[in-house]
Write a protein that binds this ligand. Structure first.
Ligand code: UDP
Ligand code: MG
Length: 315
């Protein structure tokens, strides 16, 4: 029997968990041909989340959990989920039921047809402002221009991944994670499934615009170091202006025998030195980018407890 691991990152979700368990239990009852593992990653919740998970585990051994030593963020919770998952495929799901478990059979259907990465795409974005939709659209446009990796739009983390994808993702151990871009980066056979994203069932969102901006910048910088190239690009027009002005001043002094004015010399000097400075900055940036790409090997998280066992070391 094939085993499906559902990975659920949870941060202060005490109100959602009982409802979530009911819905997932129904799903598991409906899909009797599969073995299930419900893997909660408790991301340093400050409420009763971990107690509730432990309680659920007493009733139902299919429930497993990884308990973090502190809050590491959803992205890190997701990689921990992949590390501890034992299934033949994994499904990421939010704890707040915004990703309806009822979509799961369809995801599994395509997996059985041979797709490796079946992602759920939002059909509608109910209750989102015009501004949010617009900025999100522009963001994807910019991001897609910066990289040759194909990016899936309007998809969140709600998706099914085959073991091959899980193993691939486990190899990407950088600490500033943008899991969404990694799903695109690993490639493999992808299939989209449309669904309606529900509003959060209980509790409050942990997101705000500031976090979104953070995520957007992480998205770009984790994909490419091209923003560091900005300096190099600014240096080029600076030198071009310098060159044109230089030719103009010299030509004028030669043809109409005009003495070079002090202000002209100053402009030339400013253009010359600022050009050099920006250029050197750009070169530093290029190397910095390479260092940045090479130095990502700290353990990503620390685990307090895994299924009732005290875990001393991270995996
Ligand atoms: N989450 C987490 N760590 C955090 C923030 C959020 O594990 O630091 C989890 C949260 O419990 C939920 C999922 O990530 O299961 C999505 O969070 P949320 O619903 O707040 O985000 P939104 O759906 O509003 O984008
Ligand atoms: Mg949510």
């Amino acid at each position: 029997m094939k085993k499906i691991t559902i990975i659920i990152p949870a941060y202060n979700e005490e109100e959602s968990l009982p409802i979530l368990y009911e819905r997932i239990k129904k799903l598991m009852d409906d899909m009797k041909n599969y073995e299930f593992e419900i893997l909660f990653v408790n991301d340093g919740s400050k409420d009763k989340t971990i107690e509730i998970i432990k309680q659920l585990r007493q009733e139902d051994k299919r429930i497993c959990y990884v308990d973090f030593s502190r809050n590491f963020g959803k992205e890190i919770a997701m990689i921990a989920g992949l590390d501890y998952a034992t299934g033949d495929c994994v499904i990421f799901m939010d704890a707040d039921l915004q990703d309806p478990p009822e979509v799961v059979p369809e995801l599994v259907k395509y997996w059985e047809e041979g797709y490796d990465d079946v992602y759920a795409k939002r059909k509608s974005r109910k209750g989102e402002t015009w501004l949010k939709k617009f900025t999100s659209k522009m963001y994807y446009k910019v991001l897609q221009h910066l990289t040759r990796v194909e990016i899936q739009r309007d998809t969140g983390d709600f998706r099914l991944l085959d073991r091959r994808c899980v193993n691939a993702l486990k190899k990407l151990r950088e600490s500033q994670r943008n899991t969404k871009s990694m799903f695109s980066w690993i490639g493999y056979k992808k299939k989209e499934v449309l669904y309606d994203r529900d509003p959060r069932v209980a509790g409050a969102t942990k997101w705000n615009y500031m976090k979104l901006v953070d995520l957007a910048i992480d998205g770009i910088t984790s994909f490419t170091t091209s923003p560091l190239r900005l300096s190099t690009f600014i240096a080029i027009p600076t030198f071009m202006v310098l060159f044109v002005y230089f030719v103009y001043v010299i030509a004028k002094s030669l043809i109409i025998q005009e003495v070079i004015q002090a202000y002209q010399a100053i402009i030339l000097l400013i253009l010359f030195f600022s050009g050099i400075q920006i250029l050197l900055f750009g070169i530093v940036g290029e190397y910095l980018g390479r260092i940045f790409n090479e130095t990502k090997n700290r353990p990503l998280y620390l685990v307090n407890e895994y299924n009732d066992q005290k875990e001393m070391n991270e995996k």
